[in-house]
Design a protein around this ligand. Structure first.
Ligand code: HEC
Ligand code: HEC
Ligand code: HEC
Ligand code: HEC
Ligand code: HEC
Ligand code: HEC
Length: 275
């Protein structure tokens, strides 16, 4: 187990970013080992020893603090089962407790997909620790640094409230580590019958996108990636997986950011005549 006590602090100045190693508060460093490990052994005792059961046991431990209903830690963690708490950036898993097709199901596998990511290989199990590590690993939001042998390092600056983050790079690669065939570069998407929207393309200068229309939208539904870390630079803003999807789940099919019955999200980057 590696515990990193050094985290990256990022400072902004006139559009460029500097990384400086500063001993700031790293994720979960303030929580005594015993608090989690006592819960972990209690939770594991309730299940048989299979891999699937141990993921479920882990997920339950995470939700003792990260579920708004259960949290009694007094530590003010971000809630991923949010009840009425403000929605965090990743979205809430709460809707998936009632319907299967709204994003990642973490407490019981969805009936159709089970542990098979659309466009990817079936996993042995699935839970919080399929995407996150429990102990600080230095990656953005403690996301796993490698999945299926692919690097999943994400550069981003997390808002302490967990809502308005600055995305720089790596999120597409993170998602594609499991959803291999949504990767436009894999060349596999046509074969797999999973045609998907392009990612990693700037809105500015794109033949099929409407930069001016996007610029003029005052409050945007869709997020973009800023590869140079500068939120005030629209020219390099790129479309990425989280432009349209929440990372966890949402109230709409496929964890979308808007109701796909309408084209609301699409019309931020495309004008209505193109639709
Ligand atoms: C936020 C909750 C949390 C905290 C705090 C925490 N751990 Fe863990 N730890 C876990 C979870 C969950 C696992 C299981 C990881 C897995 O199965 O991949 C784990 C796994 C481990 C393991 C590997 C053995 C196993 O059961 O899989 C060791 C060793 C460990 N932790 C030691 C520590 C120590 C030492 C500390 C304090 C410095 C600590 N942990 C703090 C949640 C936590
Ligand atoms: C004892 C309560 C507790 C448990 C159990 C717990 N967490 Fe946390 N978690 C927190 C708190 C408090 C924060 C916010 C402060 C911090 O980052 O340490 C946090 C922050 C996080 C963050 C955001 C990190 C960031 O960049 O701000 C992630 C991701 C996370 N936890 C995942 C998990 C996962 C996965 C598990 C289960 C293995 C888990 N937590 C178990 C209390 C907990
Ligand atoms: C560790 C592997 C893994 C990673 C990483 C991952 N997913 Fe998934 N994803 C899955 C699995 C497994 C399923 C099917 C099970 C489910 O829906 O719960 C799934 C299902 C989905 C679905 C369909 C949901 C539904 O309800 O039909 C969407 C959309 C999706 N993922 C988007 C994403 C996005 C966007 C990212 C990046 C933020 C991402 N995934 C990262 C494993 C992963
Ligand atoms: C499919 C991969 C995936 C799974 C499964 C997953 N997470 Fe996340 N999580 C992410 C990503 C990606 C982000 C960053 C979202 C962003 O910044 O928009 C994130 C962000 C977070 C945050 C920071 C707050 C926020 O919403 O941005 C917390 C806390 C967290 N996750 C906890 C959990 C817990 C607890 C579980 C299990 C109940 C879990 N996650 C399952 C991918 C996942
Ligand atoms: C421009 C918006 C947009 C972007 C960007 C986008 N998606 Fe999607 N995604 C959608 C829409 C809309 C659907 C539902 C309709 C469909 O299947 O095409 C969807 C569906 C999915 C599904 C479920 C497909 C199925 O067959 O069940 C997965 C998995 C998925 N997206 C993953 C990703 C990943 C990973 C990325 C980044 C590489 C990404 N998406 C980028 C809009 C987007
Ligand atoms: C964040 C901005 C953004 C959003 C939101 C968005 N698009 Fe796009 N779209 C782009 C960019 C950038 C391109 C790339 C254009 C190019 O390469 O010329 C593109 C290309 C396309 C293309 C051409 C496909 C290709 O291979 O070049 C279609 C069709 C399309 N988008 C449909 C949609 C639909 C449908 C939605 C809503 C589900 C959507 N877009 C949402 C930015 C966006």
């Amino acid at each position: 187990m590696k515990v990193f006590i050094i985290a990256l602090a990022v400072f902004f100045s006139t559009g460029s970013i500097f990384f400086a190693a500063t001993p700031v508060w790293a994720i979960h460093q303030g929580i005594p080992c015993y608090d989690c490990h006592k819960l972990l052994s209690e939770s594991r005792d309730q299940f048989d020893g299979s891999a699937q059961a141990s993921q479920l046991a882990n997920t339950r431990v995470c939700l003792t603090c990260h579920g708004a209903d259960q949290d009694q830690s007094g530590l003010n963690p971000p809630y991923v089962l949010n009840k009425t708490a403000p929605l965090p950036a990743g979205g809430s898993f709460s809707p998936t407790l009632f319907l299967d097709n709204l994003g990642h199901n973490i407490l019981s596998p969805g009936e159709n997909l089970g542990f098979t990511p659309p466009g990817g290989d079936t996993l042995p199990d699935f839970g919080c620790l399929s995407c996150h590590d429990a102990h600080d690993n230095g990656n953005y939001r403690n996301l796993k640094r490698e999945i299926h042998g692919r690097s999943t390092i994400v550069q981003a600056v997390g808002d302490p409230d967990g809502r308005r983050n600055l995305y720089i790079s790596g999120m597409d690669q993170f998602c594609n580590a499991c959803h291999q065939q949504t990767d436009p570069e894999s060349g596999a998407q046509a074969r797999a019958g999973l045609p998907h929207h392009p990612v990693g393309v700037t809105i500015y200068g794109a033949d099929n996108a409407d930069f001016r229309n996007w610029m003029e939208k005052p409050r945007k539904l869709c997020l973009v990636e800023h590869p140079y870390g500068n939120v005030d630079d629209p020219y390099n803003a790129k479309v990425f997986c989280l432009s349209c999807h929440y990372a966890h789940a949402s109230s709409f099919p496929n964890a979308l950011r808007w109701d796909p019955q309408s084209n609301r999200g699409c019309l931020e980057c495309h004008d209505s005549e193109q639709e």
